[in-house]
Design a protein around this ligand. Structure first.
Ligand code: PLP
Length: 362
C-alpha cells in the first residue's frame, strides 16, 4: 500500500473509509440532524471553544473566504501576517474582496516576529483585522499564535486565523487565544476526506458580521447559524464526507485531544530527528518546527524531483514538493491525522537508500 506522506489529504483509517460507503440519507431529516448535532459538539470541544462552529461544504480556502466576507467591508484595513504561500493567499483573497491589505511579510522558513506585529498595529490604528496562518504548510513553520493573539487582543482587533493544517493536531485553544474566526479543513488532521471546511465564530466576529458589507451568499454565517439550529446546513452538504467526519471525530474524542497533540509532537520529532540523522537539513527554523509537516532543504546536490520520483516508484512513499519559489528547493513530509511513528520509520529507511541515488553527497 502507498504511504501517502503529503500534508493532506492524508491516509484514512478503515472506520472513516467504511463510513463513506453508507447509503445516502435525507439531509433535512432527523438522522442527519442528530449527526450534525454530534459533530458540532465534538468540534466545539476539539476547537476548545464555546462559540459557534459551522461545517461548510468546500475546501479550506472556502472557509478562509467565509472568514473574510463575513466580517469585513470593502475598504477595511487588514494586517496580513504572512510567512509563506498560504499567508499570501489569505491576503490575496481579502484584497480581491476590496480590503486594503497592509502586508507584513517574513522570510519563508521563519516564524512571524511578534514585536513586528505590535509595531504594525501601532503604526496604523485604523487596522480592523489581522490575518494570520497558524501553521504555514508551505514552509512547515508554526507561528507563536499565543503571543500574536495576545498582541491582537491588546489592540482590540479582529483575529482571523488559518488553522487549516494545525487544528485538531497542534494545540490551538480558540477561546483562550481570542481567535475570532478560525478555519480548518477535513482533509488535514481530521482523518476525513477533503470536502469540508470547519469554522469557529466568536461573539466579536458576530458583531463584525452584523456590519460587514463584502458580498456573501453561499458562505453567509447567519444562514449557517439559522440552519444549524435545525441540525442542517443551508445548502446540500457533502453527505459522505460528513459521515466520515462524524466517525473520525468519535475516534478523536476517544483518543483525547491532549493525546492527539502529544502524538503529533512525538511523530514530528521522529521525522525531524530522522531526516537530520541522514545528514539532511531542515528548511525551517527548528524553534518553530511544525508538528504536522516537515520541509527538508535540497542541500549537498540533492535533486528533489528525482528523489520524489524514486521514493514513489520504488518505495511507494509519496512526498510533497515545494510550492512556488520553493519548487525544487525543498521536499515536504506530511505527518498529520492518522499517523504514528510506525508510518515514519519506513520513510526514513527509504530516504537513506534513495538519497545517494538522487545526487545527495554527504
Ligand atoms: C495552511 C493552509 N491554508 C490553506 C490551505 C488551502 O486549503 P484547501 O486546499 O483545502 O483549500 C491549505 C492546504 O494545504 C493549508 O495547508
Amino acid at each position: 500500500m502507498e504511504n501517502l506522506r503529503i500534508p493532506g489529504p492524508t491516509p484514512l483509517p478503515d472506520e472513516t473509509l467504511q463510513a463513506m460507503t453508507k447509503q445516502m440519507i435525507n439531509h433535512r431529516g432527523a438522522e442527519f440532524g442528530q449527526m450534525m448535532n454530534g459533530i458540532t459538539a465534538n468540534l466545539k470541544q476539539l476547537f476548545q471553544t464555546k462559540g459557534d462552529v459551522f461545517l461548510l461544504t468546500g475546501s479550506g480556502t472556502g472557509g478562509l473566504e467565509a472568514a473574510i466576507v463575513n466580517t469585513l467591508s470593502p475598504g477595511d484595513k487588514v494586517l496580513s501576517v504572512a510567512i509563506g504561500v498560504f499567508g499570501e493567499r489569505f491576503a490575496a483573497m481579502a484584497e480581491q474582496f476590496g480590503a486594503e491589505v497592509i502586508p507584513l511579510r517574513f522570510e519563508w522558513g521563519r516564524a512571524a516576529d511578534v514585536d513586528a506585529v505590535r509595531r504594525a498595529l501601532q503604526a496604523e490604528p485604523k487596522i480592523k483585522a489581522v490575518l494570520v496562518t497558524h501553521n504555514e504548510t508551505s514552509t512547515s513553520v508554526t507561528n507563536d499564535l499565543a503571543s500574536i493573539s495576545s498582541v491582537v487582543k491588546e489592540f482590540d482587533k479582529l483575529l482571523l486565523v488559518d488553522a487549516i493544517s494545525s487544528l485538531g493536531s497542534i494545540n490551538l485553544p480558540v477561546d483562550d487565544w481570542h481567535c475570532d474566526v478560525t478555519v480548518t479543513g477535513s482533509q488535514k488532521g481530521w482523518m476525513a476526506p477533503p470536502g469540508l471546511a470547519m469554522v469557529s465564530v466568536s461573539q466579536k466576529a458576530w458583531q463584525a458580521h452584523s456590519k460587514a458589507r463584502m458580498p456573501r451568499f453561499y458562505w453567509d454565517f447567519t444562514r449557517a447559524k439559522n440552519y444549524l439550529e435545525r441540525g442542517q446546513t443551508p445548502w446540500t452538504p457533502a453527505v459522505s464526507t460528513v459521515f466520515a467526519l462524524s466517525v473520525a471525530l468519535e475516534m478523536m474524542q476517544k483518543e483525547g485531544l491532549s493525546n492527539i497533540i502529544a502524538r503529533h509532537a512525538r511523530v514530528g520529532k521522529t521525522v525531524r530527528d530522522g531526516v537530520k540523522s541522514l545528514g539532511l537539513s531542515l528548511f525551517a527554523d527548528e524553534n518553530y518546527a511544525s508538528n504536522t509537516v516537515t520541509a527538508v532543504a535540497a542541500t549537498n546536490g540533492l535533486d528533489i524531483k528525482r528523489l520524489r520520483k524514486i521514493m514513489s516508484e520504488e518505495h511507494q512513499i509519496v512526498l510533497a514538493g515545494g510550492q512556488q519559489k520553493l519548487d525544487g528547493k525543498i521536499f515536504r513530509i506530511g505527518h498529520l491525522g492518522w499517523v504514528t511513528e510506525d508510518d515514519i520509520t519506513p520513510v526514513i529507511s527509504a530516504l537513506k537508500v534513495v538519497l545517494p541515488q538522487a545526487g545527495f553527497k554527504q
